[in-house]
Design a protein around this ligand. Structure first.
Ligand SMILES: [Cu+2]
Length: 318
């Protein structure tokens, strides 16, 4: 079982590169042997993709506003609300979606400068319009990602730019760090993503110096990790190595992910975890370096103020 699970995780890492997020999450399911017959995308990828699939399978998620006949279309909404539809191959709004990780739609937004990340779950109206209290927290150039699986279709991550007018202050990307704090929690990161290879990333949650060992399941996992690439906001949604209730995955303090990034460069990681009845988001900047030997601290210069309160050596795999 463990071997099967590890292989499943490896497939997850590989596939995350190509942008299939939630569908591949199912690969980790104990029913994994049926993957190729259940999941057309995986089968197509491993056994002779069409020209179309070959192109889009190599594009990371979130870079396309339209893919495989589905298009993300923002629609006018009252102040304080964000609304959109997914246009389907027949030209009509899609109204039927598969549930993936407890939800039919995951909406992620971040500014183009990688600040302001939010992950929310809109409500679907019968006409196919998704609505949610706007997660766009202030002026800027935002990227909105719709992460979903239309019923009868493959999982998709579509992205669209949305501008919120107002005085725009570009924020510099925080320097790479292996520790951060959020809502009174300290989260440390061990592991370095390496382009083209599956790399474990282990996040460890503590509070007041004590490890948190009672993380609460959130969307069927003890953590959700999204990585956005600096420069184009390529989107990787990576899932933990293990799920609550599988008999081997403990509710903290560590949550391990298997990630593969598509290129060298800087990425911003966003870890959503649930504890104390609330969802918290810990953010990290990491640099994927083809020359890295892996496991060591992420490379980077001196930490600028505000981005790396803790140097925390000794948390890496070095
Ligand atoms: Cu979600």
């Amino acid at each position: 079982m463990n071997t099967v699970t590890r292989l499943g995780g490896f497939a997850l890492g590989l596939a995350a590169v190509f942008g299939a997020a939630y569908g591949i999450g199912r690969v980790v399911d104990p029913a994994a042997p049926a993957v190729q017959s259940r999941h057309d995308g995986g089968a197509a990828h491993t056994s002779g993709p069409t020209a179309h699939d070959e192109v889009t399978d190599r594009v990371p998620g979130g870079l396309l506003v339209s893919d495989r006949g589905y298009t993300l279309v923002p629609v006018a909404a009252p102040a304080g609300e964000f609304a959109f539809r997914i246009g389907g191959p027949d030209g009509r709004p899609v109204t039927r979606y598969d549930v993936a990780h407890d939800k039919r739609m995951h909406l992620i937004v971040a500014r183009r400068d990688l600040s302001g990340f939010r992950h929310v779950h809109p409500d679907l109206a019968p006409d196919g319009t998704w609505r949610v209290d706007t997660p766009l927290a202030g002026p800027g150039q935002w990227r909105a990602f719709a992460d979903f699986a239309p019923t009868g279709g493959e999982p998709l991550i579509l992205g669209v730019d949305v501008t919120v007018p107002g005085e725009l202050t570009e924020r510099p990307l925080p320097a790479p760090a292996t520790s951060t704090t959020v809502d009174g929690y300290t989260v440390t990161l061990a592991g370095t993503p390496q382009p083209g290879r599956t790399s474990p990333l282990t996040l460890t949650v503590s509070r007041d110096g004590q490890p948190v060992t009672d993380l609460e399941p959130y969307l069927g996992a003890y953590g959700h990790l999204v990585a956005l690439r600096r420069g184009d906001l390529a989107y990787l949604h990576v899932h933990p190595d293990g799920t609550p209730g599988d008999g081997r995955t403990r509710p903290g303090p560590e949550v391990t992910f298997l990630a593969e990034v598509p290129s060298a460069g800087s990425y911003r990681l966003y870890l959503d975890f649930r504890h104390g009845g609330r969802v918290h988001t810990a953010e990290f900047t990491v640099v994927a370096d083809a020359a890295a030997t892996g496991g060591g601290p992420t490379p980077g210069g001196p930490s600028p103020s505000g981005s790396a309160e803790h140097g925390t050596p000794g948390h890496g795999h070095n």
